[in-house]
Design a protein around this ligand. Structure first.
Ligand SMILES: Nc1ncnc2c1ncn2[C@@H]1O[C@H](COP(=O)(O)OP(=O)(O)O)[C@@H](O)[C@H]1O
Ligand SMILES: [Mg+2]
Length: 339
């Protein structure tokens, strides 16, 4: 038995090694990992997994790295913004910190909302090289855009809150007139964590907010306010076509957005059969393997709000006590081919 300092988890990992420790780089810091692990004298199928993340200290990144190591894989964190994409005749490669990446078996993209385009390009490069990914570039682009996502889901028969997008400022009053009197939600098409989601109590307020977004060249949409949801939504985590955890999030007092980042609280929630079916169908339509589906409980059944392609793990793991990261690693172990 030997001890190694584990930079990512800032702890000590107790491991039984067969080989010498392997030196690797984590965002330009040195750290040790182990290439070959003996478990009950049986050689385990070990993979090289890269987490594409900007920040190794984030809960989700750490949780995935820990789960990968517990499963005896070699895990590293790659800052996708520092990954250089080399495109030559018939050959694509990725250079990271000046070295071409050659031995990666699978990637877990954790792409931040402000870097979707470049993040998708990096994923696409890995895809073209034939590396297994838990998130495809196309699915990321589709899910990140609230408008595309709503279009696709509604066209495939799933219920979403009534939504209108318009660039025509002069049409705003008429379009807003078509909503009921409960209120109108205006949201930025590419917002996250509840930022850029605003509730207008009446059509005048809604018009002013739309004008402000339009004037600052931010794309937004208007949406019916689902009053009966009472500031709560349901987050369902799906991994490889199975529901692995679900929770109900409740907005804090005086707030309608239930995001935990906006002060919402969460409890474990058992979802209905209909909600499960809807969540699994949404994820399938968008082509996602790992996703967080958000839905509102409305008078006409579950309405899908959005499908998160890089769902945060902290809220769902601490609320449900389910090892979601472990499930993601299992998905890789069972489906990625070792080179
Ligand atoms: N149409 C709506 N009716 C009622 N509540 C809503 C509506 N849209 C959003 N919300 C609330 O605001 C939160 C954030 O909205 P969402 O569309 O998920 O944006 P974000 O991507 O920023 O999380 C939701 O979790 C929900 O609680
Ligand atoms: Mg949301």
């Amino acid at each position: 038995m030997e001890y190694f300092y584990d930079y990512l988890t800032s702890g000590i990992t107790l491991v039984c090694i067969e080989d010498r420790p392997y030196l690797d780089f984590f965002t330009s810091k040195e750290c040790y990992s182990i290439r070959k692990v003996q478990d009950n004298n049986k050689q385990l199928e070990q993979m090289n997994i890269a987490i594409l993340s900007r920040n190794p200290s984030l809960y989700s990144t750490q949780s995935l790295a820990r789960a990968g190591r517990v499963a005896h894989h070699f895990v590293r964190v790659i800052d996708y913004l520092h990954s250089d994409l080399i495109i030559e005749d018939g050959k694509l490669s990725i250079s990271y910190n000046g070295k071409v990446l050659t031995d990666i078996d699978a990637i877990i993209p954790r792409i931040g909302a402000s870097h979707t385009t470049y993040g998708a390009a990096v994923i696409r490069q890995f895809e073209q090289i034939g590396i297994f990914t838990t998130l495809s570039s196309n699915a990321l682009l589709m899910a990140r855009d609230k408008l595309s996502c709503a279009q696709l889901l509604a066209a495939n028969g799933l219920k979403v809150p009534r939504t209108i997008v318009s660039n025509n400022v002069y049409e705003y009053p008429n379009l807003l007139d078509s909503f009921n009197s409960d209120g109108i939600v205006i949201k930025l098409i590419n917002g996250t964590h509840g930022i850029g989601v605003v509730l207008a109590e009446n059509k005048n307020q809604a018009g002013s907010i739309l004008e402000a977004f339009n004037n600052t060249k931010q794309k937004s949409m208007m949406q019916e306010f689902i009053k009966e949801a009472k500031g709560a939504d349901v987050r369902i985590l799906v991994v490889n076509g199975k529901i692995v955890g679900s929770m109900k999030r409740q907005a804090k007092k005086g707030e309608f957005r239930s995001n935990l980042h906006r002060g919402g609280s969460s409890i474990v929630e058992t979802v209905t059969e209909e909600e499960s079916k809807v969540a699994l169908k949404a994820v399938e339509i968008l082509g996602l393997k790992v996703a967080g589906v958000d839905m509102l409980r409305s008078n006409r059944g579950p309405l899908i709000l959005e499908v998160n392609a890089s769902p945060g793990l902290e809220g769902i793991e601490t609320t449900t006590q389910v090892d979601i990261a472990g499930q993601i690693i299992n998905f890789i172990t069972e489906n990625a081919n070792k080179k």
